[in-house]
Write a protein that binds this ligand. Structure first.
Ligand SMILES: C[S@@+](CC[C@H](N)C(=O)[O-])C[C@H]1O[C@@H](n2cnc3c(N)ncnc32)[C@H](O)[C@@H]1O
Length: 488
């Protein structure tokens, strides 16, 4: 590593050995969803080993990495699943950093170095953190990327200044920091420069306040003084109907309003480094349905802005602390290829569901470390699932007929869950080889149950063995191998 003028040193930084090498794991495909040619990868495992294993194939190929790692809080975080009128809470992850900032930085340093290697020459890193570690992470990023590769420090309003925040004896800590670095200093942002839309209040007549109507454009506009526009620029703007001449002979610039999807008049403006506008509002103010029940989940609007700015369709986006999969879901929706990883089983379950429940389910391969001891769940005897195989003319149909599952605490509901209510999702691979490639996936409907039978599968499309995998609301998995030969 090139030595620079200023360096942050902490106890343990120069301990012997390369932690990335020590964490090396072999990645084994476990599930293949959708198009087998898809390049999207989801890794269930510690990202240190995962990134080391991904390096030979992906070094220098990732256009954008967004990470939202633990913030050194020393807190525990949970995922919540609503089941009818009850709720099941699972341990999602523990933020390991709060005990010692030295340990936190020792964990972040090799991971950030790997991210730097995975980035394409023009690639960008967006690192999301907060007041606890941002000052230190900035120095570490300067060391890895070089201070000349620093591009922006974005302040994102993660919460309104209400409740505990506002009542504390200091100013509400309502901002997160997002550092932006490019691998090459000055590398261009490949996408569209972000713009924000601000709703404009209406006056008593229902017209946007302070706006005028433009006959030519058939649209409202607001105005601003010409500022430092030269006469030449004004002449050019005039040809585009962007200049307003006041009755007093003064020249103003026109800013056209637009109606957004909700039918409100909004003003579009370039975005600066303070992100507190409607498009990136906190999750609690986003449309219902986006909420995945995962503590620390970020809003899709935030990722839409980042991905849209830093990448183009077809580019590769990665998030190695994927959580509920916000980055991956948005990358998928925006036509980018993606790589994700998370160490927690609840996160992987939520990501799988989020990506497969889309109107067009995502295609991806789920790979796991060969050593599966990374689950944050307490080991409980795996549940057993009962299935019935039905012959339907020339076809076959599988039906779930029972699930024996150790019950866990259920908040807010007196009665235990009936077995169909315990199914979070289930899938069937009708021609099971070594990797699960389900052609049938069913999810529990919000607060209800899933379908308990597959559609009829033409016998010609089924192989010799079917594999049934059931994920329960408690986070465990039941599998069943069903020989199909006797059903011929
Ligand atoms: C703050 S959350 C990310 C939330 C995510 N941005 C979202 O919108 O849902 C951090 C995630 O990092 C994961 N994580 C923590 N340490 C990890 C590690 N060493 N390797 C992989 N994932 C890790 C946790 O399990 C957790 O899901």
């Amino acid at each position: 590593m090139q030595k620079r003028g200023i360096e942050l040193v902490w106890p343990g930084k120069y301990d012997d050995g390369d932690p990335a090498e020590a964490a090396r794991i072999t990645l084994v495909p476990a599930e293949r969803h959708g198009d087998p040619a898809s390049e999207n990868v989801l890794v269930h495992g510690d990202n240190l080993g995962a990134m080391t294993a991904l390096l030979p194939a992906y070094e220098g190929t990732v256009d954008l990495v967004y990470i939202d790692p633990p913030f050194a809080t020393n807190l525990r975080f949970f995922s919540q699943t609503n089941v009818g009128d009850g709720e099941i809470e699972r341990d999602a992850y523990r933020d390991p950093g709060g005990n010692s900032m030295a340990d936190y930085l020792s964990a972040m340093l090799p991971r950030l170095r790997l991210i730097h290697r995975l980035l394409a020459p023009e690639g960008k890193l967006f690192l999301h953190c907060d007041w606890r570690a941002n000052a230190l992470l900035r120095v570490v990023l300067d060391e890895i990327f070089g201070p000349e590769s620093f591009r922006n420090e974005i302040a994102w309003r993660r919460a309104p200044n209400l409740g505990r925040q506002a009542a504390s004896r200091q100013l509400g800590r309502v901002l997160d920091t997002i550092f932006v670095y490019s691998k090459r200093p000055g590398a261009l942002f490949r996408g569209e420069a972000p713009r924000k839309s601000t709703p404009v209040a209406l006056d008593r007549s229902g017209k946007p306040k302070g706006a005028r109507w433009d006959e030519l454009a058939q649209c409202f506009f607001t105005t601003a003084p010409r500022g430092d526009y030269t006469d030449k620029s004004i002449a050019e703007l005039r040809t585009k109907n962007r200049v307003y001449d006041s009755s007093a002979g003064k020249v103003y610039i026109k800013y056209f309003l637009r109606k957004d999807d909700a039918g409100r008049w909004v003003k579009d403006q370039p975005v600066d480094t303070l992100w507190d506008d409607y498009d990136v509002r906190p999750l609690r103010h986003r449309p219902k349905g986006e909420e995945m029940g995962y503590d620390t989940q970020k809003p899709e609007g935030l990722l839409e802005r980042i991905i849209g700015w830093a990448t183009r369709p077809g580019d590769r986006v990665a998030d190695f602390y994927a959580g509920s999969g916000t980055t991956l879901a948005v990358a998928e929706a925006m036509g980018r290829r993606w790589i994700g990883s998370d160490v927690g089983r609840p996160a992987i379950d939520i990501i799988r569901r989020r990506l497969l429940a889309r109107p067009t389910p995502a295609s991806f391969v789920l790979v796991t470390a060969d050593n599966p001891n990374h689950s944050s769940d307490i080991t409980i005897a795996p549940p057993a699932v009962e299935v019935a195989l039905h012959r339907e003319g020339e076809g076959l149909r599988l039906e779930l007929t029972g699930l024996a599952c150790a019950a866990r605490p259920l908040r807010g509901r007196a009665t235990a869950l009936a077995w169909p209510e315990q199914i979070e999702s289930w899938m069937v691979d009708w021609d099971f080889g070594d990797v699960l490639a389900p052609s049938f996936v069913a999810h529990r409907a919000a607060g209800g149950t899933s379908a308990l039978t597959t559609p009829t599968m033409p016998r010609t499309q089924a192989g010799r063995i079917a594999k049934v995998v059931v994920h329960t609301v408690y986070g465990d998995t039941a599998t069943r191998i069903v020989p199909l030969t006797e059903a011929r």
